[in-house]
Every structure is written in structure tokens, then in C-alpha cells.
Ligand binder design. Structure first.
Ligand code: FE2
Ligand code: FE2
Length: 157
């Protein structure tokens, strides 16, 4: 049986998550307006899609907080911006990595209380955050594949 203390801890974590979803939505809208240059036309569309999805996440989390007996926050976490295209995308990517880390922790906490249905809602969200991170890594040209020489085995027979 879930202790009230554990549940309160999850609710306060979810309220933190909610404030970061609001922040992400605002940050994406602003960055989509501020990014400039022909190579960013596609990225701008991506960021606006992300903004829409962060809005959807905020609604899901707000409802989940209410379902668990908490009061959803109206606070907005820190937004970052820059006049530099690459810096803006780095800020967005860092926010996605942070969100993934928080949500994986939230899934653990919820499952520890056997709240598998609520954990599933967070799972659905974190999968989308992973897609956002992949989009941003690609937009930044981050190469994650290690050079062949780094592999402990030979690729040739
Ligand atoms: Fe999100
Ligand atoms: Fe995201």
C-alpha cells in the first residue's frame, strides 16, 4: 500500500515536471521565432511540433497530478534563449536530456508503488522526449557513432 509520504513525493516531482513542460513549450516557440537561416527552415518546423507536444505533455501531467490527489502547479520553470542558432538548439537538447532523466526517475517511483497505469502515461511521454532529443542531436550534427577502431572486434572477416 502506498504511503502518503511517497505519494506526496511523486506529486511534487510531477509538479516539477509540469513546470518544465510549460517552460519547454515557451522556449520552443521563442526559439522557432528566433532561429534564422535557410538551413533552419526544417528545424523551425520541428521546434514548433515539439512545442505542441510539450503542451500535450503538460495536459497529461496536470491531469495525472489531479488524479493522484494533488494540485497541478501553474509555475513555469527557467526558460533559456540566445541570439545564436546553435546555442539555442543546445539549450533545447539539454532540456530534453534533463526531462528524460526526470521521467525515468518518475517511472521508477510510480512503479515502486505499483502505480503501473500512471507509470505508463509517463512512459508514453518519455518516448516522445527521446524523439525530441534525437531530432536536436541531428539538427546539431552530433555524431554518436564511435570510430571503427574503437570497437573491440573486427568488422572484416
Ligand atoms: Fe515534454
Ligand atoms: Fe520534449
Amino acid at each position: 500500500m502506498a504511503s502518503q509520504q511517497q505519494l506526496d513525493q511523486i506529486i511534487s516531482g510531477l509538479n516539477l515536471d509540469l513546470s518544465w513542460e510549460y517552460a519547454a513549450m515557451i522556449q520552443y516557440i521563442q526559439h522557432a521565432s528566433m532561429l534564422t537561416g535557410p538551413e533552419y527552415t526544417y528545424v523551425i518546423q520541428e521546434l514548433l511540433e515539439h512545442a505542441q507536444q510539450e503542451h500535450e505533455h503538460a495536459v497529461i501531467i496536470s491531469d495525472l497530478i489531479q488524479y493522484l490527489g494533488g494540485i497541478p502547479t501553474v509555475e513555469v520553470a527557467t526558460r533559456l534563449t540566445s541570439l545564436n542558432n546553435v546555442e539555442m538548439l543546445r539549450q533545447d537538447l539539454q532540456a530534453e536530456y534533463d526531462a528524460i532523466r526526470r521521467y525515468l526517475q518518475r517511472i521508477e517511483q510510480l512503479e515502486a508503488l505499483h502505480l503501473y497505469d500512471s507509470a505508463q502515461k509517463i512512459r508514453n511521454i518519455v518516448v516522445v522526449e527521446q524523439e525530441h532529443a534525437i531530432d536536436l542531436e541531428k539538427a546539431l550534427g552530433i555524431q554518436k557513432v564511435r570510430p571503427v577502431s574503437a570497437y573491440p572486434f573486427s568488422l572484416t572477416p
